[in-house]
Write a protein that binds this ligand. Structure first.
Ligand SMILES: [Ca+2]
Ligand SMILES: [Ca+2]
Length: 249
């Protein structure tokens, strides 16, 4: 019969042996047959099936600031929405995987009552939109801009009236025809008077844009197309999932 003391000693030895073997496995890495990344499986290179997947190094950053709200479509896909409709004025930064030619479509809205065009009851607020892409694409007067909601007409705050232009269903689509739309108007930083968050992000080289009337035009759609002749994706995989219907109506 083992004494209680020798049993304790034996279990101590077993525990030690177990610990040493666990440590040895941890040092050696995964057991044979486990997944190992060979040179071909590294970021950017083809895997054993010849598939090249895009990596984060293929993405670019987009910084967006809207007075007061925006929704952004790229190549017909819903890409970003301003998460704060009104104040505080915020910057939205998103990573995108650019594919060229790149069609950019933005709907921007000033804070304006749909019935009067006013804010805070009797005040005429102003708009403003600026965007910068990591590939150097910036907002400026080469973009198209069309207003769909004007008010108060003639800046009459006593008897405010508004005017709507129907928004085309597919304004965000790649093949939407915007050739008859006017160019965007650039506004100075001091005129738009952006809030603190604007200065904490990179908008160098970009211009604030709107339709011609920064005060009375309250829903403006911007569009542009970035060409990169000869551009080919480094990757050869395509999404299998279908998100083309977003946002679902
Ligand atoms: Ca306004
Ligand atoms: Ca505003």
């Amino acid at each position: 019969m083992f004494s209680l003391k020798s049993l304790k000693f034996l279990s101590g030895i077993l525990a030690l042996v177990f610990l040493v073997s666990v440590l040895a496995v941890a040092q050696d890495g995964p057991p044979p047959g486990g997944k190992k990344r060979g040179a071909a499986g590294r970021k950017g290179g083809p895997d054993e099936k010849g598939l090249i997947k895009p990596a984060m190094s293929d993405t670019i950053k987009v910084n967006i600031y809207a007075d007061n709200w925006f929704v952004l479509y790229i190549n017909g896909r819903l890409t970003a929405v301003d998460s704060i409709p009104f104040t505080p004025h915020n910057v939205i930064s998103v990573d995108i995987l650019p594919e060229y030619p790149m069609t950019i479509a933005v709907m921007a809205k000033d804070n304006a009552d749909p019935k009067t065009g006013l804010e805070y009851g009797d005040h005429i607020g102003d708009g403003g939109f600026i965007i910068k892409f990591g590939d150097g694409t910036v907002s400026n007067s080469t973009w198209k801009a069309k207003n769909f909601f004007k008010g108060p007409l003639n800046a009459d705050t006593k008897h405010p009236q508004v005017e709507y232009t129907p928004i085309p269903d597919n304004w965000w689509a790649v093949d939407f025809d915007d050739h008859a739309w006017p160019q965007a108007t650039e506004f100075s930083e001091s005129r738009v008077n952006p809030k603190e968050s604007f200065y904490a992000s990179d908008f160098k080289g970009a211009a604030f844009i709107w339709s011609v009337d920064l005060d009375l035009d309250n829903t403006v759609i911007f569009r542009t197309r970035v060409e990169k002749p000869g551009w080919k994706p480094r990757w050869n995989t395509k999404p299998d999932l279908d998100v083309s219907a977003a946002p679902w109506r």
